[in-house]
Design a protein around this ligand. Structure first.
Ligand code: NAD
Ligand code: TYD
Length: 353
């Protein structure tokens, strides 16, 4: 690509997006990286404070569902690549407010696809639309088996249904208009800067404050966990070396039952905080289950390894220790994001469980 190639990253102020934006800004000085983010409750300028003055980085506040604004932005900057991460991303919120997920995840993706198509449809060569998706579109596994790229879509939550829908539109634009796209479907991420509504940062925050740890149902649900920097590396590899029109699954080969993960987290937190053994485990509280709770996610990530040479680099305990260290060293970040609105969210989400 030519010097100063303009690349749009959407949702760059969120959890995964901030790690992707930093990686691209640092590794590719010849790209002009534009981070477009609406700064919803999940977006936070503090996440990218360390790179905000870099000459190849620009932040733009804006909403991907705002068609006029997005079309103007594409006309102005003529983005040659789009790495689309902006989304409503939390399953529990999708259960209380599904329409917000349709708006951002489906309509927002459509607005971006149209803007990209309008600019480049005469000649798509050298251009790329990269859509970041989730393994949750495949629905749930039983006790055995893995999701592959050919597993049929079978989403169960409004979140996963909205992501599945957006994936279908991206694919349809590829088939219908020849739009050059790739999609990756990744398993559960964890690491620094994750908003404390998701399991790991929520429980770290609660352990710090010695609050109950609300485990849904019997805790025998399984997720496949991947360190966020490994996901960012996979996105780099897929963006640069993936084949147009292809889907790649990304996962950690790292399955944990929630209850086992929570016990490990409690042990590591006790060690990090100098608390006596068993202190945090006593906070575990089994609460009412999540409706439509998927039993098990597990990714077969052999295609991305075989074709693009990516694989996870960290073992889970090491990644968890890094994550705990980051949250303990950045309690101000946690305090900022858990003040105000978060308190209302927490009350509504957990008071009736
Ligand atoms: P996040 O909730 O932490 O961040 C989402 C970001 O998008 C925020 O910065 C938010 O301000 C921004 N945003 C939301 N609505 C917007 C809008 N209408 N216009 C512009 N910006 C908007 O999410 P995340 O966990 O970093 O996930 C990023 C992407 O990766 C999502 O597409 C998600 O579906 C996907 N994904 C996440 C995981 C995971 O474990 N977190 C796993 C697989 C895939
Ligand atoms: P989460 O981090 O919300 O990710 P996802 O639902 O997208 O997999 O949840 C991970 C697992 O932890 C999931 O099985 C639900 C469970 N969970 C709890 O048991 N308690 C909680 O408070 C939360 C947020 C999640």
């Amino acid at each position: 690509m030519k010097a100063n190639t303009p690349i749009l990253i959407t949702g760059g102020s969120g959890f995964i997006g901030s790690h992707v934006a930093r990686l691209f800004v640092e590794r590719y000085p010849d790209y002009g990286i534009f981070n477009l983010d609406a700064l919803t409750y999940a977006g936070n300028l503090e996440n990218l404070k360390d790179i905000e003055d870099r000459p190849n980085y620009t932040f733009i506040k804006g909403d991907i569902t705002d068609e006029i604004f997005i079309n103007d932005l594409f006309e102005k900057h003529r983005f040659e690549g789009v790495i689309h991460l902006a989304a409503e991303s939390h399953v529990d919120r999708s259960i209380t407010d599904p329409l917000a997920f349709v708006k951002t995840n489906v309509i927002g993706t459509m607005v971006l696809l149209n803007a990209f198509k309008n600019i480049w449809h005469h000649d798509f060569s050298g251009k790329r639309f990269y859509h970041i998706s989730t393994d949750e579109v495949y629905g749930t596994l039983g006790n055995t088996g893995l999701f592959t790229e050919t597993t049929p879509y079978d989403p169960n939550s409004p979140y996963s249904a909205s992501k599945a829908s957006s994936d279908h539109f991206v694919r349809a634009y590829g088939e219908t208009y020849g739009l050059p796209y790739i999609i990756t479907n990744c398993s559960n991420n964890y690491g620094p800067n994750q908003f404390p509504e998701k399991l790991i940062p929520l429980f770290i925050n609660n352990i710090i404050h010695q609050k109950p740890l609300p485990v849904y149902g019997d805790g025998n649900y399984t997720r496949d966990w991947l360190y966020v920097l490994d996901h960012a590396r996979a996105i780099d590899v897929a963006y640069h070396r993936g084949k147009n029109g292809e889907t790649y699954n990304i996962g950690g080969f790292n399955e944990w039952k929630n209850i086992d993960l929570v016990k490990l987290l409690c042990k590591l937190m006790d060690e990090a905080l100098g608390r006596s053994k068993g202190t945090s485990e006593r906070l575990i509280t089994f609460v009412k289950d999540r409706p439509g709770h998927d039993l098990r996610y597990a990714i077969d990530a052999t295609k991305i390894k075989a074709e693009l040479g990516w694989e996870p680099s960290l073992v889970f305990e090491e990644g968890l220790k890094n994550t705990i260290k980051w949250y303990l060293e950045n309690q101000q970040w946690l305090d900022h994001v858990t003040s105000g609105e978060y308190q209302n969210y927490y009350q509504e989400q957990y008071q009736t469980r």
